[in-house]
Design a protein around this ligand. Structure first.
Ligand code: UN1
Length: 517
């Protein structure tokens, strides 16, 4: 292990999580199968090499899918509350390892330590949710139209579920899917982002240990590692009935086409272009907090990040000035240092995208209110630290229509009625998260009504990011339509079966049809 410039307890954390210099990126639990090329993981925090992971070859993948398919046959017969008990034990370990895992998330991904801990907390919360759910996988009963018949529906596990997750929430998104799928009785194969392979290894280590200690069959939690070609092994594989994919709209369109081509199911959670509408009745102080956290939290790399502020002309200058002032307080630097609010972008490609977006918005006629730029010098050696920027822009600009995964906030004015703000808010291709800041009941209800926000998430008097796990998470339009996490999102991991039972000595037909022999 190379020495970390300012350690911040990273060496200890890696040890606690069983992450080594070279790690296997292909695991079915106790068994490791990796034989592929080595992926190196460099921290965007200080540019240091954290560790290496062996990627998954086609042959490795075959061993994984075979083991998962076999393990599923036993796992599916275990009563769901017993599967819930296993998830509870897994969650005990998450609680015990919350700090090291949060630290590794922060160091490998670049979000603040507080947000790293918050991400692990989301894992803990969804596991708690899943444990309760393991006793509530209910179907409905219906009244049959035929005498002496009973009709009901039940849910059975689907099989082997493929999970593809992104670098920005390297551990939580996996858990939203896998914790539910496990209690539902599925085996899961996870391909995390190749930009954050060590957090995936750390999570798989925890699951593998808990599962083998509790006699869970091999293959219920599997990890594969690599670029899109490894993801393709799953999307093309008919043995995988459901692919849950989180990432860019570009990636989602490829996955959707591939999986639909074999009539598999997808759960897609793709790009957002989230706006906050600020009405004349908004509480300005809360608006500033919600907007600034939404725009700069996780360095603008949440799919729920606030990208656009749509402000009524009556309060435009006031809100604009308050936000520009607030940006002056933002401290950018090592995310493991609690004094900093904003850490680095994930890599230099992201920095380039950020710079291109700032050039583009000016070319299209935008007006920079808070200058961006790449930070250099001591503490910024990785080259991934950028200044959060604000530009006045028009909604129709090509760059505003586009999701740039960086801390750039576009602000724009609306006049008159809230319906004009809604036209702007809905006037993008994405439909993930949205918010309105208002103390006016009529405006709030308009925003939530059928003529209001077209997004999967619509908030009143809170920002666009930081959703709780209890609600179904996801969005419409180019966001992909999937729902994961809370509410009844579990149903996608199961197959529904309608059962009709005749307990008479006759065979009456439905719809009153007579068929006498
Ligand atoms: C994501 O960015 O992919 O709502 C997930 C939020 C977090 C999850 C974001 N709970 O901001």
């Amino acid at each position: 292990m190379q020495a970390v410039a300012t350690d911040f307890g990273i060496t200890e954390a890696l040890k606690a999580l069983g992450v080594n210099d070279i790690n296997n990126g292909t695991s079915t639990g106790a068994n490791n199968f990796s034989s592929g090329e080595i992926i190196e993981s460099y921290s965007p925090v200080d540019g240091q090499l954290i560790g290496k992971v062996k990627s998954t070859t086609k042959e490795d993948y075959e061993k994984v899918i075979t083991t998962a398919t076999e393990g599923f046959k036993t796992w599916r017969t275990m009563p769901a509350p017993q599967r819930g008990e296993i998830v509870r034990k897994f969650n005990d370990e998450l609680r015990r390892l919350k700090e090291p895992l949060g630290k590794l998330v922060s160091y490998e991904m670049g979000k603040s330590y507080q947000e790293g801990l918050g991400e692990v907390q989301e894992m803990i919360d969804i596991c708690d949710f899943a444990v309760g759910l393991s006793r509530q996988l209910h179907g409905l009963t219906m009244h049959s139209e035929r005498p002496g018949h009973r009709m009901y529906e039940q849910y059975h596990p689907l099989g082997v579920v493929g999970i593809i997750s992104a670098f920005n929430f390297p551990v939580a998104v996996w858990s939203w899917n896998t914790a539910l799928a496990w209690v539902c009785g599925d085996a899961c194969i996870w391909k995390g982002s190749e930009k954050t392979p060590l957090t995936s290894v750390a999570c798989q280590n925890i699951a593998a240990r808990v599962f083998s200690e509790n006699g869970v069959p091999e293959g219920i939690s599997c990890l594969i590692t690599g670029d899109y070609t490894v993801g393709e092994m799953m999307t093309k594989d008919e043995r995988i009935p459901l692919i849950s994919a989180t990432g860019s709209t570009r990636m989602g369109k490829i996955v959707a086409k591939e999986v639909a081509g074999r009539l598999g199911k997808t759960l897609l959670e793709l790009g957002g272009n989230n706006a906050i509408i600020v009405t004349p009745d908004a509480n300005i102080k809360n608006t500033v907090i919600g907007a600034v956290f939404g725009a700069v939290g996780t360095c603008g790399q949440r799919c729920t990040s606030t990208r656009r502020l749509i402000i009524h002309e009556d309060v435009y200058d006031k809100v604009k000035n308050a936000i520009v002032d607030a940006y002056k307080q933002i401290k950018i630097g090592n995310p493991l240092d609690e004094n900093n609010h904003v850490g680095p972008l994930i890599d230099k490609d992201s920095v380039k995208n950020y710079q291109n977006a700032l050039t583009k918005v000016v070319e299209e006629g935008g007006n920079i209110l808070v200058e961006g730029g790449v930070l250099e010098g001591e503490g910024y050696e990785s080259g991934c630290y950028v200044k959060p920027a604000i530009a006045e822009a028009e909604n129709h600009f090509e760059i505003v229509q586009h999701e740039t995964f960086a801390p750039i906030l576009y602000i724009m004015k609306y006049k008159g009625d809230v319906s004009n703000a809604l036209d702007l808010q809905n006037g993008v291709r994405q439909g993930l998260s949205s918010a309105i800041m208002t103390n006016n009941l009529r405006e709030a209800e308009r925003f939530l009504s059928v003529e209001g926000s077209d997004c999967g998430i619509a908030n009143v008097n809170i920002g666009t990011s930081g959703a709780e796990i209890g609600g179904a998470f996801g969005g419409e339009k180019e966001t992909g339509g999937g729902r994961e996490s809370g509410s009844d999102a579990w149903k996608v991991y199961m197959r529904r079966q309608t059962n009709t039972i005749n307990y008479t000595t006759e065979l009456p037909l439905a719809q009153g049809i007579k068929f006498d022999l």
